[in-house]
Ligand binder design. Structure first.
Ligand SMILES: [Zn+2]
Length: 475
């Protein structure tokens, strides 16, 4: 029975949800050059350095801290350990398990039971562009609305590395191939093509602005999650998003000759926020707060004033990210519920959330007051008053995460207390909000709204990153 179960698992694993795009032909170099970007490399500052990097491969951290990883591969691979092939012939299929064994790695063939002890690093190198590795149970989006665990397929090299008796998985892949996996993970593939092109340029820019800034002691340059930008290998690849990457090949966004902070978010709600309000850093000249559209927000006055903000949130302003009347694919309808939203949280739940996230026992929750807002109305400071103690929460993401699990869609909200008893304690709190995400840089749904109005990717980028330049780093 156990054997049968194992066979079923293997079958689902191998054939269950192979990405449809895997077999689609795509313009790619036939030879795979195993050059790579050293993860310890400094952030490239000069255009010459960026141009050299653009021709190389990048290392993306896929998984970490595992002791046991199931995977399969399709197409010919050479398998190396310590720089030497471990098999005399190339392997072209099979389901395997990688297990950490003290400081080493053991490779086990699930079908034949064959076991091979190798060194602390195992490298799968594809011998054909179409070859891919499928890795089981990759967790992503931990703690967020989109948290999931599933198998994912990757082109390029796959490295399994034993670090402190746990396995780290790294995908080493060409930068444009990497972008094929980022664009459809970060934006709906059904978005208008001009919006997808803008997204492709931002994703490419992020490679060059982020390399060398984090993960200096790790065997990769970027992670595959939201902390770098989401990369799901071949999982979501589509013809439309590949075309957006190809049509903008080599284009990055610069300010004063350097790759800029290419920030983006799902829906701003109608008013873009400055980066300083969100992260407390110095405001960047190209990330200024302003209406996401032409008139939106202006008629409500200063949105950092609570009474103006309430009127604005109670409306559905005619912003670029208001796609109520826009001619866009119905696949984008999901965004309508983020333009304006309501989240009701019971007082008891809030007390628990606050206790577990801040470590402070406030007693019974008496009130939550926003004591500081940015130009778009985003909360940057919140005061929580309890019967035992009071506590302040600072910064946009902290506020969203510490009040709610999963986090509130945005920090652009006002609060209505519900069923307040004689003792002054409310039964629940309603957060009435606008937008999804931090609200700085490109509003993705706003970009779709602009494209639906006939704007091209250059106009979209010029609107969301005023003063920036599109720079060609070569093909
Ligand atoms: Zn917007």
């Amino acid at each position: 029975m156990k054997f049968l179960n194992q066979l079923i698992i293997i079958f689902i694993f191998l054939y269950g949800c192979t990405p449809a795009s895997i077999n689609k032909k795509h313009a790619e170099p036939e030879k795979i050059k195993p050059e790579k970007i050293d993860p310890r490399i400094q952030t490239p500052n000069k255009m010459d350095e960026i141009k050299i990097l653009s021709r190389n491969f990048i290392r993306i951290g896929i998984m970490e801290g595992e002791t046991n990883i199931l995977f399969s591969f399709s197409g010919p691979y050479s398998i190396y350990s310590k720089g030497k092939p471990i098999f005399s012939k190339k392997r072209s299929s099979g389901t395997w398990k990688v297990v950490s064994k003290n400081t080493q790695i053991q490779l086990e063939n699930i079908e034949t039971g064959e076991r091979i002890d190798v060194s602390k690093e195992l490298v799968f190198k594809p011998e054909q562009v179409s070859s891919y590795v499928r890795i089981g149970k990759i967790q992503s989006g931990k703690g967020w609305h989109w948290e999931q665990t599933r198998s994912r397929s990757y082109k390029g090299n796959i490295d399994f590395i034993n670090i402190n008796e746990k396995i780290t998985v790294v995908n080493e892949v060409g930068i444009e191939q990497y972008l094929y996996g980022v664009v459809p993970s970060e934006m709906s593939p059904q978005s208008p093509v001009e919006a997808l092109k803008a997204q492709a340029i931002l994703a490419r820019t992020n490679v060059y602005s982020k390399i060398g800034t984090k993960y200096k002691n790790k065997p990769y340059s970027l992670t595959s999650d939201v902390y770098s930008q989401v990369y799901t290998g071949l999982e979501n690849v589509s013809e439309r998003t590949n075309k957006a990457v190809d049509d903008t090949q080599g284009m990055i966004l610069t300010y004063n000759g350097k790759p800029l902070e290419a920030l983006f978010h799902s829906v701003c709600g109608g008013y873009l926020e400055g980066n300083d309000i969100i992260w407390g850093s110095a405001r960047l000249p190209y990330l200024q707060p302003k209406p996401c559209g032409t008139e939106s927000g202006i008629e409500f006055g200063d949105l950092s004033i609570e009474k103006n903000l309430k009127k604005w949130i109670d409306s559905r302003p005619d912003s670029y990210c208001n796609i109520d009347k826009a001619k866009v694919d119905p696949a984008l309808d999901f965004a309508k519920k983020y333009l304006r939203w309501e989240t009701r949280i019971s007082r008891k739940k809030l007390e628990n959330n606050i206790r577990s996230s801040t470590g402070v026992d406030i007693g019974d929750l008496k009130d939550i007051t926003v004591t500081g807002r940015g130009s778009s109305g985003k909360a940057k400071r919140v005061k929580i008053t309890g019967t035992k103690r009071s506590v302040d929460i600072n910064k946009e993401l902290n506020i969203r995460k510490q009040l709610s699990k999963p986090p509130l869609y945005s920090a652009n909200f006002y609060i209505v207390k519900e069923n307040t008893a004689k003792n002054g304690l409310a039964e629940s709190y309603i957060f009435k909000g606008a937008g999804f995400g931090h609200g700085a840089g490109m509003c993705q749904i706003g970009a779709c709204g602009m494209a639906a109005k006939g704007k091209n990717f250059k106009e979209i980028i010029a609107f969301y990153f005023p003063g920036s330049q599109i720079t060609d780093i070569g093909k």
